[in-house]
Design a protein around this ligand. Sequence first.
Ligand code: ATP
Length: 327
Amino acid sequence: MTDAIKRVGVMTSGGDAPGMNAALRAVVRSCEYYGIECVAIRGGYQGLIEEDLITMGARSVKNIINRGGTVIKTARSKEFRTEEGRVKAAKVLEKNKIDALVVIGGDGSFTGGLKLYEEHNIPFIGVPGTIDNDIFGTDFTIGYDTALNTALQCIDKIRDTATSHNRVFFVEVMGRDAGFIALNTGIASGAQDILIPEQKDSLESLFKSLEVSHKSGKTSSIVVVSEGEELGGVYDLAKATQEKFIDYDIRVTVLGHVQRGGDPSCADRVLASRLGVAAVEGLREGRNAVMAGIRSGKVVYTPIAEAIKKHNEIDLELIKIAEILAI
Ligand code: ATP
């Protein structure tokens, strides 16, 4: 155990995710528990460069465990991507006697933290906060479970209207280059087809599936499309399908940013609480440039370089499940 860490800075960075507040609360309170001062950096790396800091205590994070978004704001900083920007950031940390950083964010934020460490020797631990679930070294990222449930509720509502009007709906969900949200909400919502970047899809197989389902007596269908899907955007897919089946009544819904908002689910709050505590405990144990994650139910620390380089693998067996059940 090291006493070298006396003052920790914590920030949320990159895209916001439900549960970031719960993670912030956990970092602030575990700092207090272990007698470490805690400073929140508002607005990610840009806030750091601009010295937008606020001293935190256990009561500063009351009533936020249940709130979506991030009360200390998040941002994307171009300036921090430059060496000069990081020199400014390091000077702010030195001036404010901040010994280490906890960065709650995605792989971009971790890359930034790693550079700051390599160039200025500032210890840091990453906490995976992104709805995309695309980070290696943790089974789940903070915000993913909530986003799944939000997307699922929306698709269920679309199903009601799809059924009433005998329509085919193409629904685009978030996930960037990863299909976790699409695959899981697709199965959970009983979608006819699920198109994800990890799987080579073809228009022909989509058409075939829709045709078979139509012939088998289905009067409406939902196709869940991941935003990173490589066959083209959801609108192009819908257009091509309409040209093939001119008598189908086809609609498109892009769920968009609604998936980022809302109160975090129980699973996300627990995950965020565990990882926030793990980050502070990791720093106390002298860990550095690692990401705190949970694998098979246990807290693990993965070197940031590995977390950035590798990708969380999607379970392609789930595609087979979806195929079997779409009969
Ligand atoms: P999400 O996955 O939700 O988008 P993220 O953390 O990957 O989250 P990014 O926008 O990629 O989001 O990164 C957040 C910030 O981290 C950037 O605005 C930038 O300040 C910093 N950052 C990202 N990549 C680098 C890099 N290569 N070098 C230095 N800083 C970086």
